[in-house]
Ligand binder design. Structure first.
Ligand code: MG
Length: 203
């Protein structure tokens, strides 16, 4: 199982980090050891002084595919969850400056918090899914899948040119504006529509 993450997929977020809006999806991967399940806490890693949350819709791949045509891409995912793409922003900023890979900033253990999945058949409108995140009870981020620069079908089509997608693979689809740092004691609660799906406490 692999975790594919899309960067800079909401223009307001790209701007807040002074990144250009990309012409094709920016993607990277996390290993399966990054998964943080069942609302377990995240222990603040010792190697960073600027740990950030990024709240993202997560799509689950349900069949094998390579070079998937965009018009058939909807058949390749079956469920949606919400997750946090935890990021060591200080390490990522250094890596960007030096043109180095992002893995030390993005792929560390427990950096991919994940909720339970909701089958896609329960969504009224798959192209407009609202989500939000409260940090310590205050609204910190909100977004809607319709504001993605590259929707899930485009992402599946693009990424499957490079890597074979397999059943159980996950795609984190990028974060809207409002990313920020967490501290020990922070509580992050993520919602799809009005349903609380994921709670992560930083310890
Ligand atoms: Mg992200």
């Amino acid at each position: 199982m692999k975790i594919i993450c899309i960067g800079r997929n909401y223009s307001e977020h790209a701007k807040e980090l002074n990144n250009e809006v990309p012409e094709s999806p920016v993607w990277f991967m996390k290993p399966d050891s990054a998964l943080l399940l069942k609302n377990r806490p995240l222990y603040y890693p010792e190697f960073t002084k600027d740990l950030h949350y990024e709240t993202e819709l997560v799509y689950r791949i349900c069949k094998v595919g390579k070079h998937i045509d965009e018009k058939f891409a909807h058949d390749y995912y079956d469920a949606i969850a919400i997750g946090f793409d935890f990021t060591a922003r200080d390490i990522q900023s250094e890596a960007k400056k030096k043109g180095l890979p992002w893995e030390p900033a993005k792929a560390f253990d427990n950096s991919a918090a994940l909720s339970e999945f909701i089958s896609k058949k329960y969504f009224d409108n798959l192209s407009s899914i609202h989500f939000k995140m409260l940090k310590d009870g205050n609204l910190a981020q909100q977004g809607n899948s319709e504001d993605m620069l590259f929707n899930i079908e485009k992402i599946i089509a693009y990424v499957s040119k490079f890597v074979t997608l397999k059943m159980g693979d996950l795609i984190y689809t990028g974060t809207p504006a409002g990313v920020g740092s967490v501290q020990i004691g922070s509580v992050l609660e993520a919602y799809i529509e009005d349903k609380l799906m994921l709670k992560t406490t930083i310890k």
